[in-house]
Design a protein around this ligand. Structure first.
Ligand code: ATP
Length: 237
């Protein structure tokens, strides 16, 4: 479980998160919505200690993130909004393998994870390609594969579908839904709830640094008016 307890955060004395309390259970698939600047990325960056709260605390599986950053970072896999932020190797295969290698896994297990992760993002067979020669959407897919290959207990994804074509988006969504069904907690920030809300257990919407809506998709959608979130045809949630 990822638990945010009364988390507040300001940048240069400007409050960006104010008293946010939330928990994401094992196996829960939660969408995080809200307008530009509402605080989604800032919240996600607290889930594995990339930011420290000014007040409140964040716990991962009961342990305060601040007490054990390494545990938090191995339990919470993160996909950043800008994929270039997270590449560490020159080629696709080497980059996706980097995390599992650091876990000290044997080669067969690393190869299995890399293959499964690339398959999930429709990038199987691209192992030897240079990342800097990929399109933006392909780079996004490699970044997602890197997080999937870690097989973390929780996955936190910040606008992961930007630039993805429809088959890749569908494939990633199916993989996330299946991981969540198997017990992985998924927290996914998006502006656009179309196609995703039918898979989610819960929708949280931020507004001006606070949680404005938190509930099952069918209920939450009715409350999103004015929060600048693109909502689907409600019959699909
Ligand atoms: N490192 C930073 N320094 C100063 N201000 C920041 C920093 N990071 C974020 N902010 C500000 O905090 C506010 C919330 O930003 P955040 O990125 O969390 O919003 P968001 O909901 O993820 O937006 P978007 O949908 O555009 O990604 C914004 O006003 C932003 O300018």
């Amino acid at each position: 479980m990822i638990e945010f307890r009364s988390v507040s955060h300001a940048f240069d004395d400007v409050p960006v998160l104010e008293d946010v309390s939330l928990s994401i259970d094992a196996g829960e698939f939660v969408l995080l919505a809200g307008a530009n600047g509402s605080g989604k990325t800032t919240l996600l960056r607290h889930s594995n200690g990339l930011l420290e709260p000014d007040a409140g605390e964040v716990l991962v599986d009961g342990t305060p993130v601040a007490e054990d950053l390494i545990a938090a970072r191995s339990s919470v896999g993160m996909v950043f909004q800008h994929p270039r932020d997270q590449f560490v190797a020159a080629t696709v295969g080497a980059d996706v393998a980097f995390g599992p290698e650091n876990l000290g896994l044997d080669r067969a297990e690393i190869d299995r994870r890399v293959a499964a992760a690339l398959e999930a993002v429709n990038m199987a067979g691209h192992e030897d390609e240079r990342i800097d020669a990929l399109s933006g959407g392909e780079q996004s897919r490699v970044a997602i594969a890197g997080a999937l290959a870690m097989e973390p207990t929780h996955l936190v994804l910040d606008e992961p579908f930007t630039g993805l074509d429809e088959p890749a988006r569908r494939s990633v969504l199916e993989r996330l839904a299946s991981l969540s069904a198997d017990g992985t907690g998924v927290l996914l920030a998006t502006h656009d709830l179309r196609d995703v809300c039918e898979l989610a257990d819960r929708v949280i919407a931020m507004h001006d640094g606070r949680v404005a809506v938190d509930g099952p998709p069918a209920d939450a959608l009715d409350e999103l008016d004015g929060l600048e979130v693109r909502v689907p045809d409600t019959t699909r949630c």
